[in-house]
Design a protein around this ligand. Structure first.
Ligand code: KG4
Length: 340
């Protein structure tokens, strides 16, 4: 079964054709990163307009790269939540017209479910159940994935997402947007251990997290250094920052896996590309006797293939939608998206 997947929830327009949820036939992406970098973050109105400009040509490219004609497509999958509402709406509207035009089912997909499904593309043997750590620009969640479409949130951030925190900290260190990768690269130049950064705990909710204090601590450090004319050890700060995020994420991930009785851990989302988090997860999983799946770097960020992959399993579960499908800025990952 060939599914065409559309992703437009943030600053990448992506269209991909995937066979049976596992085999990527094409993966076309138009990134807007350069435009938003001028402003130090995503400008929602610009993002929506760029999606509109890119999506039709990208669809033709995805079909051509896959060696498919329109008639070969069996279903259309689309991110319908969560994300920048105008941006998500572009993908949803376009996907609806494609499904209607081709006369094939329309399958709504939760963006974070898609990030998790990126691992199905890289690891043919991977099947639920497992514990997922989903860490992206807008979300930080610990999810018990009991089945392909059966998910339960065990913990998450109470304020900023891990990626948002990386991006803001990178900005005060003068690094380019999006800041996660430059922070990671800069941090590799130092062994760290120079800056004491906060590690917040949420009272009574051991699997929940808070990153806003960490973000503020880096902003204050940078401003203070500027005011008193002190030179920051930027590489050490970047390294210590990654470590502080990892120290928050990794022990909670292992505890969530233990509580859910899962022996397999899966990482997902853009922040899963971070070298400190990857190394710490590897160490912790080895110690706990858990099997760890880390998505290859090219599948950590937003892409259409992950939406088509999850779309396959949503389709098998009967989760299709009609032309009344809407876009949502927020939506619980555990909720069924069928005819929302
Ligand atoms: O999953 P993603 O591509 O988009 C969303 O769905 O949000 O994640 C983007 C986030 C950005 O905040 C970016 O700075 C972060 O992932 N990121 C990283 C790294 N590479 C990307 N964060 C830390 N270390 C990295 N190597």
């Amino acid at each position: 079964m060939k599914i065409i997947g559309f992703e437009s929830s943030c600053d990448e327009t992506a269209v991909s054709v995937v066979e049976d949820g596992r085999k990527v036939l094409s993966d076309a992406v138009a990134s807007q990163v350069e435009i938003h970098a001028l402003y130090g973050g995503v400008v929602p109105e610009i993002a929506s307009r760029k999606h509109v400009e890119a999506i039709a040509a990208l669809t033709e490219k995805a079909l051509e790269d896959a060696g498919c004609t329109r008639g070969d497509i069996d279903a259309v999958a689309v991110t319908c939540a969560p994300g920048l509402i105008g941006a998500v709406l572009v993908g949803v509207s376009f996907a609806k017209s494609v499904a209607l035009g081709l006369g094939v089912p329309l399958v709504p997909v939760h963006h974070i479910r898609g990030h998790i499904a990126a691992n199905y593309l890289a690891f043919p043997e991977l099947e639920p159940p497992f514990l997922a750590l989903a860490i992206s620009g807008g979300n930080t969640l610990l999810i018990d994935v009991a089945g392909y479409t059966d998910m339960r949130i065990l913990g998450g951030t109470r304020d900023d997402a891990a990626g948002e925190c990386f991006d803001k900290a990178a900005r005060v260190l003068g690094l380019s947007y999006p800041g996660g990768k430059p922070m990671d690269d800069l941090g590799r130049q130092s062994a760290g251990g120079v800056y004491q950064l906060p590690h917040a705990q949420v009272d009574g909710a051991p699997l929940d997290m808070s990153f806003s204090g960490l973000k503020t601590a880096v902003v204050n450090l940078a401003h203070h250094a500027g005011q008193v004319g002190e030179e920051l050890d930027r590489a050490a700060l970047a390294r210590d920052f990654s470590q502080a995020v990892s120290d928050t994420l990794v022990p909670r991930t292992m505890e969530a896996a233990r509580l859910a009785g899962r022996k397999t851990v899966v990482a997902a989302g853009g922040v899963a590309a971070n070298s400190v988090i990857r190394a710490d997860l590897e160490r912790a999983c080895r110690k706990a006797g858990c099997k760890l799946y880390l998505p290859p770097l090219r599948l950590c960020g937003d892409n259409g293939a992950m939406i088509a992959a999850q779309g396959y399993y949503e389709f098998l579960a009967g989760h299709t939608a009609g032309m009344e499908l809407n876009a949502y800025a927020t939506r619980d990952i555990a909720e069924e998206l069928k005819n929302p």
